[in-house]
Structure formats: C-alpha cells, structure tokens
Design a binder for this molecule. Structure first.
Ligand code: IMP
Ligand code: MG
Length: 180
C-alpha cells in the first residue's frame, strides 16, 4: 500500500482485510441473510455515510426481493474519538411498519449510535429489526442490542477504507486498513 496514490502520501499502518477477503465474507453474509428471511418484505437500511460501499456490495449478494433506504446520523466530527452525541439528519421515507428491517452499519464502536437508532426504529413497529455490521470492536458495553450479522471482529485501532473514513478521507480505499 506504500505508494498507493489514493493515500495522498499519508501513511496507513497495515491492511487488515484486502479486497478479495472482504468480497468472500460479504458473499457469506448475503447468503446467511437470504436464508434468514424466507418471506415478508425486507427493507435494508444503510447508515450513511460509512455503510455505503458495504451496503452496495451486500445487497447484491442477497438473492431475494428487498428494498433499500438510508439513515443519516452524525456521531463523529473530524476526531478519532467518539463525541457520544448522535444526530439524525435523514430519515427513511418508506414506512417500516410490518417490514423486516435490517440496519446496516460500517463499524460498531461504543454502540451509542445504534442504541439511539434502534430505539427510534423499534418504535415504528417493524416486523423484525436486526443489525448487520461490517466490523465490530466488541467494546460496546453500552450497546443494548445484539448485532446479529458481523463481518469481522475489529481490533481496537482506528480503521479506514471500504466506506470508513478519517475526517472524510479514505472512504474509497478498496481494502480496510488501520491508521497510524
Ligand atoms: P459508536 O456510536 O461509538 O458505535 O460509533 C460508530 C460510528 O463511529 C461508526 O459508524 C463510524 O462512523 C465511527 N467509527 C467508529 N470507529 C471507527 C473506526 O475505527 N474508523 C472509522 N470510523 C469509526
Ligand atoms: Mg465516520
């Protein structure tokens, strides 16, 4: 990755998951999710911006009818430390009532974002409500909800790429790397 022109000369520590490995894992998750919903309406809700690449790959591996919408919550500024505040900036337009809702998140860190969103979504009477996270740091003491589908357990490092950013950069890296 040294000399990767996408990095603009900035150093990333090491690649944790490369493109091929991610694709294989996303295919597994897609198959698992397809099996988990034999019937009913499925709405896949991507939490922007971090989930945009994961979500677009994941829905193409789910071989049953579904709809896609997004949520925009803001919990991080330009810092690598969680501020603990969650702001809802965009709300799905489609009704959630009676549908299977699969909330897709890039990474679960403290779990504060998900706690707030899950309570909000549960109040809209979906048929079911589950979380699918690409990465999970397993330090989410505060997380009140189980993350049913997890791509990878993440180390306690700051990760970028495949949708994850640092100060809005690095989202377009096709691999997941830790930042120095
Ligand atoms: P939480 O509310 O503390 O669980 O924060 C979750 C959000 O923080 C994620 O959706 C990411 O946008 C961001 N985040 C947490 N850890 C990382 C990381 O290692 N790299 C990039 N973003 C992160
Ligand atoms: Mg972020």
């Amino acid at each position: 990755m040294k000399g990767d022109p996408r990095l603009d000369g900035r150093a990333v520590n090491r690649i944790l998951f490369d493109e091929g490995r991610i694709a294989a894992r996303v295919a597994e998750l897609g198959a698992e999710i397809t099996r988990a919903y034999p019937e009913g309406d499925l709405l896949v809700l991507g939490l922007l911006k971090g989930s945009f690449i994961f979500l677009s790959d994941l829905v193409r591996q789910i071989t049953r009818p579904l709809q896609v919408d997004f949520l925009v919550a803001s919990s991080y500024g330009d810092s690598t430390v969680s501020s603990g505040t969650v702001r809802l900036v965009y709300d799905p337009e489609t009704t959630l009532e009676g549908k299977h809702i699969l909330l897709v998140e890039d990474i679960v860190d403290t779990g504060r974002t998900l706690n707030r969103l899950m309570a909000l979504l549960a109040a809209r009477n979906p048929r079911s409500l589950e979380i699918c996270a690409l990465l999970h740091k397993h330090i989410a003491d505060e997380l009140k909800y189980e993350t049913k589908y997890i791509g990878y357990d993440a180390p306690h490092e700051f990760l970028v790429g495949y949708g994850l950013d640092h100060a809005e950069s690095f989202r377009h890296l096709p691999y997941i790397a830790s930042l120095l």
